[in-house]
Design a protein around this ligand. Structure first.
Ligand code: SAM
Ligand code: DTB
Ligand code: SF4
Length: 335
């Protein structure tokens, strides 16, 4: 879907309607033999997307660190001793330069992240200027700023924002083990505001946090049962940062078999056929071969650029080389 295409207004299903994707059905997909699952995902992928095209989004942290939330995975929480300092918001010239560089490197979407619980009205105006700058370069603009209040999504839309990223992060059942300072309903509320303002939704989650397969299925089901489901679905592999509670809990060792990550991509592709499914945080640790399997399983977008928000990402040359080795081309239209 192009950025200019009309976006359906959120339709909230009556409470009694069965979910489109019961968790049991999603879990059954996870349980398929690996090759059967990837084959099914590839069939769905080819029915809806150019099979060898990958969309490139570049991230910039416009306000780093000092966040009051307690998300157990996040290096930017002020509650965790990770060495990430609280910095002021970047100015327009810094953001313009970064967006220019991203465009020159081939990215079609520029995503600006802020370590906020929610957006203060006094902080929104400068962000609107940043959105206008990105749009003036002819790129798609995305923001991830935390929870939104009445009227804020409309202002972002009026400034030209194409996408708002707000992740469900994990299943409703596991959420309380990861975040204590807000609940699932808060996330759904902001997603509804974004949808109702006519901004496309970028919503995904993190795997490898010690969740069970059932809980991974619960995350994918929660995403796929949004009505409509998100246009963009970032699937992050937890980056364990020293000083975060999850690093303490998991000891720096990956809690996930890499094939289970590929399965998560495949299940997201099958349950959300038209979405861009994005390989997000953790690609450095996954390595080239697992990423290639993810592309086979229906991933068709990556975060591209040497840095995510505060942690590293494969460098641009390595990604260019990987795409070339796999015969993947950069999608010229982003959606
Ligand atoms: N503060 C806003 C919020 O939480 O919605 C926006 C920024 S927040 C850093 C954006 C997303 O980054 C989180 O929802 C989470 O999915 C992802 N993230 C943060 N730390 C991560 C980590 N260590 N590994 C993987 N993903 C992470
Ligand atoms: C998303 O799902 N992943 C991105 C983006 N949306 C904002 C952020 C990943 C952050 C990884 C940890 C860090 O670099 O601080
Ligand atoms: Fe704050 Fe977002 Fe990090 Fe949670 S994920 S601590 S809300 S920046």
């Amino acid at each position: 879907m192009s950025a200019a295409a009309p976006i359906a207004v959120t339709r909230r299903a009556p409470a009694s309607a069965p979910p489109r994707w019961p968790v049991d059905d999603v879990e059954a997909l996870f349980a398929l033999p690996f090759v059967d699952l990837v084959f099914r995902a590839q069939e769905v992928h080819r029915a809806h997307h150019a099979p060898n095209a990958v969309q490139l989004s570049t991230l910039l942290s416009i306000k780093t660190g000092g966040c009051p939330e307690d998300c157990a995975y996040c290096p930017q929480s002020a509650r965790h001793a990770t060495g990430v300092a609280s910095e002021p918001m970047l100015d327009v010239a810094q953001v313009r330069a970064a967006a220019h560089a991203a465009k020159d490197a081939g990215a079609t979407r520029f995503c600006m992240g802020a370590a906020w619980r929610s957006v203060k009205d006094r902080d929104l105006d400068p962000v609107l200027d940043l959105v206008r700058e990105v749009k003036a370069l002819g790129m798609e603009a995305c923001c991830t700023l935390g929870m939104l209040k009445d009227g804020q999504a409309q202002k972002l839309k009026a400034a030209g924002l194409d996408f708002y990223n707000h992740n469900l992060d994990t299943s409703p059942e596991f959420y309380g083990a990861i975040v204590g300072t807000r609940d699932y309903a808060d996330r759904l509320d902001t997603l509804g505001r974004v949808r109702d303002a006519g901004i496309a939704v970028c919503c995904g989650g993190i795997v490898g946090m010690g969740e069970s397969r059932r809980e991974r299925a619960g995350l994918v089901a929660a995403l796929a049962n949004l009505d409509p489901y998100p246009e963009s679905v970032p699937i992050n592999h937890l980056v364990q940062v020293e000083g975060t509670p999850l690093h303490d809990r998991l000891g720096g060792e990956s809690a996930l078999d890499p094939f289970e990550f590929v399965r998560t991509i495949a299940v997201a592709r099958i349950t959300m056929p038209k979405s861009k499914v994005r390989l997000s945080a953790g690609r450095r640790e996954l390595g080239d071969a697992v990423q290639a399997l993810c592309f086979m399983a229906g991933a068709n977008s990556i975060f591209y650029g040497d840095k995510l928000l505060t942690t590293g990402n494969p460098d641009v040359d390595a990604d260019r080389a990987l795409l070339a080795r796999l015969g993947l081309v950069v999608a010229s239209t982003a959606a």
